[in-house]
Design a protein around this ligand. Structure first.
Ligand code: FE
Ligand code: CA
Length: 542
């Protein structure tokens, strides 16, 4: 599946140095094609609407959740993305939005169309759940309201469940702190033209301006206070979605998203916030529930998720499995909403014996049961866990009698990790690969059931993407001293970027794509290291 959208023959997705959303995505969509929109039978709001005199598609478009017969397409209308009330400068009424899906990027062979209401109560977001499309196919989509037409996005259906496609190009990323740099990595990811993108969390950050600052100062600032209210989270999502580089990455392929902590509050755990600050929406459990509900509502509104993920109060189910024919399962996990609180006040802690307690969980019992059943039922070649925090053991103290590990990662929930790892071993999962975000560095790790026992076999692999921007440019270092006494940690790198994978029956290869800098725009991208995990051989080779 290597078709490039090239509506006019003049431009393609790859080979462009400076991505301009309009030139990239709307190439060929001039006035002539506006007149050709085949929606004469479709009632949409009039072109003369005073509130929509300006382009309302400033937040771009997105697709997600591919199934064999469809996917979700998304947009959210805004004429003033960073409006303080979170409502994007839109009029206080519902707006009809027409949509269409075609087989070609020029939108000539339309296979589905309809109209949705962009509702005030969902901040004028639109989710269309498509059904009845053909499996394993590339599609294109766009939206219209009045005389305004959105950019064109590319989506795919997953292969039929019994089929094994030759290959899948999947990219994954995490941790995009808007203030710490430009989203060039998203633009480069789009230019690499994957067929599926996994986002593993920290899609945005909750902080107010000047509260999370890199050395040399932040190159750009968040609008608004720390996000705690629905208006605040909506405004923050809109500020991010207005970024042209992020829009390019959404437009190129369907995404599977899961949150980590910053979509709500740094290092939150279930109903427990990071801090209990007097007078803030952290100070009581009840008020943190309200904050969580606001964050979840805005997250749903702004992501291409299925309606099955619509939040119910302060609960929202985002763990799910997406199958890619017989090639792969993507088990998308939520290690925040159901976890026990971090031990010992969180952070890196020495010799916290309770971290090994059998009853500790980072997944909650239901999600663990779902995942273990998924392993037992899997007939796929690759079982891939899309999740948030560092999975393999990472002890930063060299002395054997001292373990110094992060209470926020799976090390703080060691029995939970052992149950999951043993679960895929017991189920005879053919190839297990854990994908991880959160730590703003690249790692490649062997996964074992017991890290203390040198004879314990390698039973899976972990690939850790670095951040899109978080913590700024990075040192470029490829050595971390802990690798000397944690021999299952095979690779480290401190640059910003993302990971491109190519998944076939024979192997899963990973290219660690890195940028030279992010605090100014326009960095080139290169491959810092590549790994291949061969079918049936869990220990990855370089
Ligand atoms: Fe992060
Ligand atoms: Ca140690």
């Amino acid at each position: 599946m290597v078709l490039r959208p090239c509506p006019t023959g003049r431009r393609t997705f790859d080979g462009m140095d400076n991505i301009s959303r309009r030139s990239l995505l709307s190439a060929g969509l001039g006035a002539g094609l506006v007149a050709a929109w085949p929606g004469a039978a479709v009632a949409v709001s009039t072109a003369d609407d005073a509130g929509l005199r300006a382009d309302p598609f400033l937040l771009g478009i997105a697709s997600g959740e591919p199934w064999p017969d469809g996917f979700v397409i998304w947009t959210r209308l805004a004429v003033d993305p960073v409006a303080g009330d979170g409502l994007g400068g839109m009029p206080s009424r519902n707006v009809a939005v027409a949509w269409e899906v075609a087989e070609d990027a020029g939108m000539r062979t339309v296979v589905a169309r309809g109209v949705e209401q962009a509702r005030i109560e969902t901040a004028h977001s639109v989710h269309v759940e498509l059904r009845g499309l053909r499996p394993g196919r590339e599609y294109f989509y766009r939206f219209r309201t009045g005389r305004h037409i959105s950019p064109v996005g590319r989506a795919l259906t997953s292969p039929a469940l019994h089929e094994t496609p030759a290959a899948l190009a999947m990219s994954f990323a995490s941790c995009a702190q808007y203030e710490h740099g430009y989203f060039t990595a998203y633009a480069r990811l789009a230019q690499d033209h994957p067929d599926l993108v996994l986002h593993l969390g920290d899609y945005l950050y909750e902080y107010k301006k000047d509260s999370y600052v890199i050395g040399g100062g932040n190159p750009r600032d968040h609008e608004g206070p720390e996000t705690t209210s629905l208006a605040g989270y909506r405004q923050r999502h809109a500020q991010y979605k207005a970024d042209a580089d992020l829009q390019a990455a959404h437009a190129v392929a369907p995404w599977l998203v899961v949150w980590d902590d910053h979509e709500v509050d740094n290092n939150w755990a279930d109903e427990i916030p990071e801090n209990r600050d007097a007078g803030q929406l952290n100070d009581t459990t009840e008020r943190f529930r309200q904050r969580r509900a606001a964050a979840f509502q805005a997250y749903y509104e702004n992501m291409p998720l299925r309606p099955s993920s619509v939040p119910a109060g302060f609960d929202m189910k985002i763990y799910r499995t997406i199958q890619w024919g017989q090639l792969a399962n993507f088990h998308m996990m939520d290690t925040r909403q159901y976890r026990d609180d971090q031990l010992a006040g969180d952070g890196w802690k020495k010799n916290v014996a309770e971290r090994l307690a059998e009853d500790r969980t980072i997944t909650g019992a239901e999600q663990e049961k779902w995942l273990l059943e998924g392993f037992r039922n899997s007939t796929q070649r690759w079982d891939i866990l899309g999740q948030q925090v560092f999975f393999a053991e990472r002890d930063r103290n060299q002395a054997p009698e001292i373990d110094d590990v992060s209470m926020d990662g799976w090390d703080g929930y060691a029995a939970s990790r052992r149950r999951i790892t043993q679960g895929w071993v017991d189920a005879n999962v053919r190839n297990a690969v854990v994908l991880t975000g959160d730590v703003h560095r690249n790692w490649a790790n062997d996964v074992k059931v017991d890290y203390k026992d040198p004879a314990s076999p390698v039973v899976g692999s972990e690939l850790v993407c670095t951040s899109i921007t978080s913590t700024g440019n990075g040192s470029g270092s490829t050595t971390d001293p802990v690798m000397a006494w944690n021999p299952h940690l095979k690779f480290f790198n401190d640059n910003r970027g993302y990971v491109n994978t190519r998944i076939t029956k024979e192997a899963m290869t990973a290219d660690f794509r890195t940028l030279d800098y992010v605090t100014t725009p326009g960095s080139p991208v290169s491959t810092k290291a590549s790994f291949a995990i061969r079918d049936g051989v869990p220990a990855g080779g370089g």
